[in-house]
Design a binder for this molecule. Structure first.
Ligand SMILES: Nc1ncnc2c1ncn2[C@@H]1O[C@H](COP(=O)(O)OP(=O)(O)OP(=O)(O)O)[C@@H](O)[C@H]1O
Ligand SMILES: [Mg+2]
Length: 287
C-alpha cells in the first residue's frame, strides 16, 4: 500500500467493521467464510458480500475459494486497523510521510499532541513458511503467523520502551496496537550520517545510556550507528524489539556485540581507541 494516509481516509465505517470482523474470525478460521463475517460484524449478508467485493478491489482483503469463499486480511488492512485504533484512542490525529523502511518495519511520520513516529512491524512472510509447517500439527497455531509475529514484536518493543523511558534516552512510547507502535518523533540524523564535533563525548554519552539500560535489566542487542539518532539533546537510542534481559543465556555475547559495533564505528570514523574491556566495565560496572 503506497499511501497509507489516503487509504485510511477512503475507508468507510462499515468497511472498517468488516476488516475487524475478519481479524476476529481469523482466530478460528484460516479463511473466514462470509456468513461468519456477517455474524461478527452484525451487518446483513447482502451488504457484507457487496463490501467484501469493494475491499477485495482495494486489495485490503484476500480471497480463496475452497468449498466456500473465504477471506483473510494481511498487512495493508492490519495497518489500517491499528491506525484507526490509535485515532480512536486519541493518540494519533494524522499520518504523514513514510520516513523509514527497515528490514523488519515501515515507519511513518504522524501527529498526536506532538510529532510522532509510527512504526509498523513487518515480519517476512517467507521466513514464516517453515514456522507454519512446524506448527501445522499444533491446535492453537496462529492462522496467519506473520501477523502474529509482527504484533508480538511490537508488543515486546513497547513493553521494553515503557521500562526504559525516561531513565534512558529513547523516544517516549505513546501507544501500541497490534503490530503498530506510536512513539515520540526524534528530530536529527542517525549517528552514521553526522560528523560529531566532540566524538569522545558522543561515545561517552552512548555508553552512559547503555549503562542506564543495563541497570534496568536490559541489553539492546541490535545496537549500531544506524539505531542511534543524534538529537539536540544528545544521542537517542531507537529500535528495541530484540532487547534481552541481562540474565538471558546469551546476554554477555549480545552486549559485547553491541559494544564492538559502537567501538568499531568510533575507531573507524574518529580514530578513537577504547578497549572493549574498559567499555564493558563502564556499562556493567557503573553503579
Ligand atoms: N522515534 C523516531 N523518530 C524519528 N525517526 C525514527 C524513529 N523511529 C524510527 N525512525 C526512523 O525509521 C527507521 C527505522 O526504524 P527502526 O530502526 O526502529 O526499525 P527497523 O526496521 O528495525 O530498522 P532496521 O532493521 O533497519 O534496523 C530509523 O532508522 C529511523 O530513520
Ligand atoms: Mg533500525
Amino acid at each position: 500500500m503506497e499511501n497509507l494516509a489516503l487509504a485510511f481516509l477512503g475507508l468507510s465505517k462499515d468497511e472498517r467493521s468488516l476488516l475487524s470482523a475478519i481479524e476476529t474470525g481469523m482466530k478460528t478460521h484460516e479463511w473466514v467464510p462470509s456468513f461468519v463475517i456477517s455474524e461478527l460484524s452484525g451487518l446483513p449478508s447482502k451488504k457484507v458480500e457487496f463490501l467484501l467485493g469493494q475491499l477485495f478491489e482495494k486489495k485490503l482483503v484476500e480471497r480463496e475459494s475452497m468449498h466456500y469463499l473465504g477471506y483473510r486480511i494481511d498487512f495493508p488492512a492490519y495497518d489500517l486497523l491499528a491506525l484507526s485504533d490509535f485515532v480512536k484512542k486519541g493518540a494519533v490525529l494524522a499520518i504523514g510521510e513514510r520516513i523509514g523502511v527497515g528490514k523488519e518495519s515501515v515507519v511513518y511520520e504522524g501527529l498526536g499532541e506532538k510529532p510522532l513516529a509510527i512504526k509498523l512491524h513487518r515480519q517476512g512472510r517467507t521466513s514464516f513458511k517453515h514456522v507454519r509447517r512446524l506448527r501445522d500439527h499444533l491446535t492453537d497455531k496462529p492462522k496467519v503467523p506473520w501477523l502474529y509475529a509482527a504484533a508480538l514484536a511490537a508488543r515486546r518493543e513497547f513493553a521494553v520502551m515503557q521500562r526504559l523511558y525516561p531513565a534512558v534516552s529513547i523516544p517516549r512510547p505513546v501507544s501500541c496496537s497490534r503490530h503498530a507502535l506510536a512513539m515520540e518523533y526524534v528530530a536529527g540524523p542517525a549517528l552514521n550520517r553526522v560528523t560529531l564535533s566532540d566524538a569522545r563525548e558522543g561515545l561517552d554519552m552512548i555508553l552512559i545510556e547503555m549503562a542506564r539500560a543495563f541497570r534496568l535489566g536490559l541489553i539492546h542487542a541490535d545496537l549500531s550507528e544506524f539505531n542511534i539518532i543524534i538529537a539536540e539533546s544528545g544521542p537517542v537510542i531507537i529500535d528495541w524489539p530484540q532487547a534481552v534481559e541481562v540474565d538471558h543465556p546469551h546476554a554477555g555475547e549480545l552486549l559485547e556485540r553491541d559494544l564492538v559495533n559502537i567501538l568499531r564505528f568510533f575507531q573507524r570514523k574518529y580514530g578513537i581507541d577504547l578497549a572493549l574491556d574498559e567499555a564493558l566495565l563502564r556499562v556493567v560496572g557503573a553503579d
